[in-house]
Design a protein around this ligand. Structure first.
Ligand SMILES: Nc1ncnc2c1ncn2[C@@H]1O[C@H](COP(=O)(O)OP(=O)(O)OP(=O)(O)O)[C@@H](O)[C@H]1O
Ligand SMILES: [Mg+2]
Length: 774
């Protein structure tokens, strides 16, 4: 230990960017010749001591006394290594000194220095300060080096000198040189500790803010990290348990599907690329689900698989006959098609359109054709469909996008040549979402449908092997260009005898077995069947009839379920009890007609119907009023009828009263249109004007012209059947419609009387007895 306030001479070592504190060791490197010389000189002395002063400006190469702080440290050179020009040493501070005099300025500086030991102060305040410094230092190290457990109080001897702690903290904290110098110059320990405390607080604040910032960033990252780690752990656990990763096994499944899938060459590369891309999408991303569903669809589609057609004509005939009564023309057309397919396997499948009233077997015939051909059957309804995307699919970019109905049907069927039935094409809608008819056109056009592109699938799919059958109740509302692409086959309604046959051969056995009854247990004799057809149904098809039979069968089933075991034969008298009151009898009430009423026949989507035209004369200003929900064409034909009669009143001996006429056609709520009621209107008016009633057993249909001609109309078969259902046996028809009667079964022809007319006059003569003087 050096004495206080003594002076002695030492070689001077100026140091750059550093302050050497007493009792602290500092490594130091220099290549300044003066410094090297000073070190050499010190080493040659016994005490090996230097006077170490910090430079005010680190830049100066040859610092003089004025460039150095005047307070420094006497220090011993501890170890040293040197190369040609540089010297490395460890300097250990011994005591604080102050320059008093500069001695020589030869190869290095010599100075006379005076030791200035630090003022020792003791007491409560100093002790409190010491503890504060330790606490702060601990906090500082905890923040700065969280992973190292530094406990400073344990390092300090309880009663020892605290200044080495202050100096070493000054060293460790990395203070700027000016501050270190200030610390060195502090005259008392308390003053030094104050400086240190200030600095520690400042550093701690900075560290705390930094920690806060990094914590915030960390919490963001750690959520993702957490998920990642959990997932990794899950995988590890699954591996341990011998379960494979679900996404991996899923992928393996998809891969084996891909390998097995016989994709067409044209799209193979594209799908393969998609498949490889799928592998790269992270399973967590929403895009993955979309891409995977799409890939699953692609691999599910029947690109190559098809059923073998059964082209045995006899078998087909048997199947068709087994399922449906009658329908000769259609069955024949199907057999023709089979023959074509047999001779020319590459022939394009036709697109057939079955048109007819409800319940005549259009849909069920389609099923039966599929069965006879051995094809898969898929069906969906176009009724009310107004969104093009329903047929053609949504683009994959939309959330919840799906393929269109056609592609869905193909996926379900699992073959590329199913029989697809599109029901109710006449009820196709159309609105702002697009026109499904346009999409249908592409689907049904044999020239285009071999490369049908669904929006969702976004790959061309060949629909040319699909056998399309379309059904409709009327052709009027089918868009023309669409209608053009199809081959229309009409199924008209059934007459009473046909219905009876259908009931006996198909409906009764079916309903009977559905109710769990046998042939003996449940029997409907012909007479009862006729009553059901007449009084409980009024339809062109047989759907209602089947429903009635089903109702009877269920009522009988109740009896058997309740142990009443004698066979049940349904008689006419049972019907009211089992089916409720008779539903249809109104037509038969009109046995006699007052003048001004005539019986017409109309064609409707649900078959034919009988309609009455009623006319009365009113004492108003001359005019024609028409009611009964009539269309434009029907109104015009009423006016034409009135005008014709006016012009022919002399010849026909009609007295046309002045005033208005009111023409009404019940049932008022049902819309009616078309020219075919013209003849009936003329008859009703003629009857009114002549005061003679029309024949109640005679119905008529026909379009009229102003010159008195009767023109042919459509729907003859339906109209005749409707007349027969209403118990009308005499029909006036346009002469040119005679050929249409060929469609009618013989038993109906035999029961009906037809009057063919070419002019209105002939018709009036036939329906209003006594109008024309013979
Ligand atoms: N000629 C027939 N022979 C046997 N059963 C028939 C015949 N015609 C219709 N059916 C039966 O009538 C029922 C109704 O037929 P289907 O559902 O095919 O009518 P549809 O013509 O498709 O009617 P819609 O136009 O209302 O769809 C079916 O159970 C069907 O088996
Ligand atoms: Mg149908």
């Amino acid at each position: 230990m050096v004495d206080a306030n003594r002076t002695y001479e030492l070689p001077v070592l100026p140091v750059k960017n550093a302050v050497v504190f007493p009792s602290i060791v500092l490594p130091y490197v220099t290549d300044l010749p003066r410094s090297v010389a000073a070190i050499d000189y010190a080493l040659s002395r016994e005490d090996k001591t230097l006077a170490i002063f910090a430079q005010r400006e680190p830049g100066s190469k040859d610092p003089g006394l004025q460039d150095l702080y005047s307070i420094g440290t006497a220090g011993v050179v501890r170890m040293f290594a040197r190369s040609d020009t540089t010297v490395q040493v460890f300097l250990q501070g011994i005591e604080r000194i102050e320059i008093t005099e500069l001695l020589s300025r030869d190869s290095f500086l010599m100075a006379r220095v005076r030791s200035i030991p630090m003022g020792r102060d003791q007491g409560i305040e100093t002790e409190a300060m010491e503890r504060e410094i330790l606490a702060l230092a601990e906090k500082y190290f905890a923040l700065a080096h969280p992973s190292h457990d530094v406990s400073i109080p344990q390092v300090v001897p309880p009663e020892g000198d605290f200044s080495p702690i202050v100096y070493s903290l000054g060293q460790l904290l990395g203070l700027p040189v000016a501050r270190r110098q200030a610390l060195l110059e502090a005259s008392t320990l308390t003053a030094a500790m104050q400086l240190l405390e200030e600095h520690l607080n400042h550093e701690i604040q900075i560290l705390e803010v930094r920690k806060k910032i990094s914590d915030q960033a960390q919490s963001k990252i750690s959520k993702n990290q957490r998920e990642y780690i959990l997932r990794e752990q899950l995988e590890a656990i699954q591996k341990e348990l011998g379960e494979s990763n679900p996404t991996e096994s899923e992928f393996a499944k998809l891969k084996s599907k891909f390998d097995a899938c016989k994709l067409p060459e044209a799209i193979y590369d594209e799908v393969k690329k998609d498949f490889q891309r799928l592998q790269q999408i992270p399973t967590m991303s929403p895009e993955y689900q979309v891409a995977r569903s799409h890939m699953e669809l692609v691999l599910d589609l029947p690109w190559d698989s098809a059923t073998e057609d059964n082209l045995d004509l006899n078998n087909a005939r048997n199947v068709l006959d087994a399922d449906h009564y009658g329908l000769k023309d259609i069955k024949e057309r199907i057999i023709e098609q089979l023959a074509v397919m047999k001779l020319n396997p590459g022939a394009k499948s036709p697109i057939l359109c079955f048109v007819g009233p409800p319940g005549v077997g259009k849909t069920s015939l389609g099923q039966s054709i599929a069965r006879s051909l051995g094809r898969k059957f898929e069906r969906f309804s176009l009724g009310g469909m107004s969104d093009e995307a329903e047929l053609r699919g949504h683009r994959r970019t939309y959330i919840g996008a799906m393929p269109g109905r056609i592609i869905q049907a193909l996926r379900r069927s699992g073959v590329r040549n199913p029989l697809v039935m599109l029901d109710e094409i006449d009820k196709l809608g159309r609105d702002f979402r697009g026109d499904p008819a346009a999409a249908l056109m592409e689907i049904l056009d044999p020239a285009q449908n071999c490369t049908f592109r669904d929006n969702y699938l976004d790959l061309p799919f060949d629909l040319s092997r699909v056998f399309f059958i379309v059904t409709a109740n009327t052709v009027d509302t089918i868009p023309k260009p669409l209608f053009d692409r199809m081959e229309t086959l009409h199924i008209s309604g059934y007459g009473e005898e046909e219905k009876k046959e259908i009931a006996i051969q198909y409906l009764i056995p079916r309903q009977r077995s559905e109710a769990g009854l046998t042939g003996e247990q449940f029997c409907i004799p012909d007479a009862t069947l006729a009553s059901i057809i007449h009084r409980y149904t009024r339809e062109a098809g047989v759907r209602e009839l089947e429903r009635m039979i089903g109702k009877l069968a269920r009522k009988v089933a109740i009896r058997f379920a309740e142990q009443i075991t004698d066979p049940v034969t349904i008689g006419n008298e049972d019907l009211a009890k089992m089916l409720g009151p008779e539903r249809f009898f109104i037509e038969k009430l009109r046995r006699t007609l007052p003048p001004g009423v005539a019986t017409g026949l109309a064609w409707t989507e649900s078959g034919g119907d009988v309609l009455y035209v009623e006319v009365i004369n009113l004492p108003y200003k001359e005019s024609i009023t028409l009611t009964g929900h009539l269309g434009e064409v029907m109104k015009e034909s009423a006016i034409a009828a009135a005008s014709y009669l006016q012009s022919q009143s002399g010849q026909l001996h009609l007295e046309i009263p002045a005033g208005a006429v009111h023409i009404h056609v019940p049932a008022g709520a049902i819309p009616k249109d078309g020219p075919s009621a013209g003849l009936t209107m003329a008859a009703a008016l003629a009857s009114l004007y002549s005061g003679l009633p029309t024949r109640s057993d005679t119905a008529m249909t026909g379009e009229i012209t102003l010159s008195g001609l009767v023109l042919p109309v459509g729907g003859i078969k339906e109209k005749v059947l409707a007349a027969r259902r209403a118990d009308i046996h005499r029909i006036i028809l346009p002469a040119e419609n005679k050929k249409d009667l060929q469609e009618l079964p013989d038993y109906i022809m035999a029961a009906m009387e037809f009057v063919f007319v070419g002019s209105i006059e002939e018709a009036l003569a036939a329906v209003i007895p006594g109008l024309m003087p013979v």
